[in-house]
Design a protein around this ligand. Structure first.
Ligand code: SF4
Length: 83
């Protein structure tokens, strides 16, 4: 029997997984501001991930990272150089 359909194209912020989202956001908050990209760039990166076939429940299927954490860091890179 088929279970409930899960969205595979969501960011953590769009999933019902409050603890995981809180942990990822806490990890982003722990980054020094000098290590973070500006908020506009962060949102632009996440928008690219939203449209990417590799996005799977908040993780990147290409590298396994939580995209909302990776995208926040200046040193963070998309493994396919989409951002
Ligand atoms: S980091 Fe790159 S490959 Fe991974 S989900 Fe985002 S855009 Fe896609």
């Amino acid at each position: 029997m088929e279970g409930p359909r899960k969205c595979r194209k969501c960011l953590l912020a769009e999933l019902d997984n409050e603890k995981l989202l809180a942990d990822v956001r806490a990890a982003v908050d722990r980054l020094d501001d000098s290590m973070k990209v500006p908020s506009e760039e962060y949102e632009a990166r996440l928008e690219v991930c939203r449209g990417c076939d590799y996005l799977n429940e908040g993780t990147c299927g290409a590298c396994g990272c939580y995209v909302e954490l990776r995208a926040a860091a200046k040193t963070g890179k998309c493994p396919y150089r989409k951002w």
